[in-house]
Write a protein that binds this ligand. Structure first.
Ligand SMILES: Cc1ncc(COP(=O)(O)O)c(C=O)c1O
Length: 385
């Protein structure tokens, strides 16, 4: 009998192995300090582990409600109100998701129809484009202003069309570390006011904003909040990226459609983590102290970079630091990252991979969500560049 695996046309023909996997493998091969992929190399608060343990022992083991356990949704609604002043109804407007990645895909699948356009601002997180394509939508790419990476509202205005269904905005921004100001949200609101365009606001780094600035959340902006899916991630906020748990806050009519898709892709999210996070959220200190925690790491890292030939660009938020290496090398960004990993012993991510066309600027992204010793080891190596 001939065993034949049928061939079929790929839904995502352009997608290959992503650069994070490639660079992490290369880092391992060369025993490099991995400042490529964005995750902490330190543990979360033991109190959070205790809370998960307690929830498991308390028998929170079976399916929770589809939208998430009520006490977690209530805790999240209270947190949003305390941080951003908006009241979301925990029953109808907060949904617990399997991380921000699933939240963003679900929001897109919930609202994007075949032929709809969705605006993304490049460079951007790598899931947005494939998500839009899976929904049958067309990705409309607008570049952030080269150099400053601030939003180019004239270009966004030009990209809006009668077919635009949504725009995805990410602040604090991966990969560049720029942070939108309240005035940027006002400009966006001006542009969207005459339209029915929805906003998907990816705010996974909301608690990592430096230098006395405050995170400008779409949920704090009455007009934008009325048309927004606001996406958060406990993974980023509590140093548990592998737990894959987050939330979406959205007005009831948006949440209704969101949940229709959510219930048929994950249905719901693991129960003990939800109870644990609900009790852990009782204290605001872990998330309110996060900006200072990461600002100290950023400052340590930038002080060390000042002694290298790499030029550190501003990092206003997130746990990413971009550097311009044009004083060092003429290599393209991917080739430079390979060389940095194999010959210098530090893994980084090329900025070009966050652009569809692979736009080259001689800039790479480094992640400083690492122990101070890890950062010092990387800096000892980077001075050799
Ligand atoms: C901008 C952005 N959005 C979403 C995510 C995904 O978050 P999660 O791990 O909660 O799915 C990431 C993770 O790197 C990110 O950088």
């Amino acid at each position: 009998m001939l065993m034949r695996t049928p061939a079929f046309p790929s839904r995502l023909p352009k997608v290959g192995t992503n650069i994070f996997t490639v660079m992490s493998a290369l880092a391992q091969q060369h025993d490099a300090v991995n400042l490529g992929q964005g995750f902490p190399d330190f543990d979360c608060d033991p109190a959070l582990l205790d809370a998960v343990n307690a929830a498991m022992r308390a028998g929170h083991t079976q399916y929770p409600p589809m939208a998430g356990v009520p006490i977690l949704r209530e805790a999240v609604a209270a947190k949003i109100e305390a941080c951003y002043g908006r009241q979301y109804d925990p029953v109808s407007e907060i949904t617990v998701t399997a991380g921000a990645t699933q939240a963003i895909l679900t929001a897109i699948l919930a609202c994007v129809h075949r032929g709809d356009e969705v605006i993304v601002l490049e460079p951007c997180y790598d899931s947005y484009g494939p998500n839009i394509e899976l929904a049958g939508g067309t990705v409309v790419r607008v570049a952030l202003t080269p150099g400053s990476f601030r939003p180019d509202f004239a270009a966004i205005a030009q990209a809006l069309s009668p077919r635009t269904r949504a725009i995805i905005v990410n602040s604090p921004h991966n990969p560049t570390g720029t942070v939108w100001r309240a005035a940027d949200l006002d400009r966006l609101a001006d542009l969207l006011r005459p339209t029915d365009v929805l906003l998907i606001s990816d705010e996974v780094y909301e608690h990592m904003v430096f230098d006395g600035e405050r995170h400008a959340s779409a949920s704090a902006h009455a007009e934008l909040a009325a048309r927004a899916f606001v996406v958060s991630s406990f993974g980023k906020t509590f140093h548990v990226t592998g737990w894959k748990i987050g939330t979406v806050a959205a007005p009831a009519p948006l949440s209704v459609e969101f949940r229709k898709v959510h219930q048929f892709n994950v249905f719901t999210v693991n129960t003990p983590m939800q109870y644990a996070l609900a009790s852990y959220l009782a204290s605001p200190q872990p998330y309110l102290g996060l900006s200072d925690f990461y600002a100290a790491k950023r400052d340590l890292f930038r002080a060390g970079l000042a002694a290298t030939r790499l030029r550190a660009l501003p990092s206003e938020g997130t746990y990413f630091q971009c550097v311009d290496y044009s004083a060092v090398s003429d290599l393209g960004e991917v080739a430079f990252c390979r060389w940095l990993t194999s010959d210098i012993g530090v893994a980084a991510i090329p900025l070009s991979v966050f652009y569809e066309g692979g736009y080259e600027q001689r800039i790479v992204r480094l992640c400083f969500a690492k122990r101070d010793d890890t950062l010092r080891l990387a800096l000892d190596r980077l001075v050799r560049v």
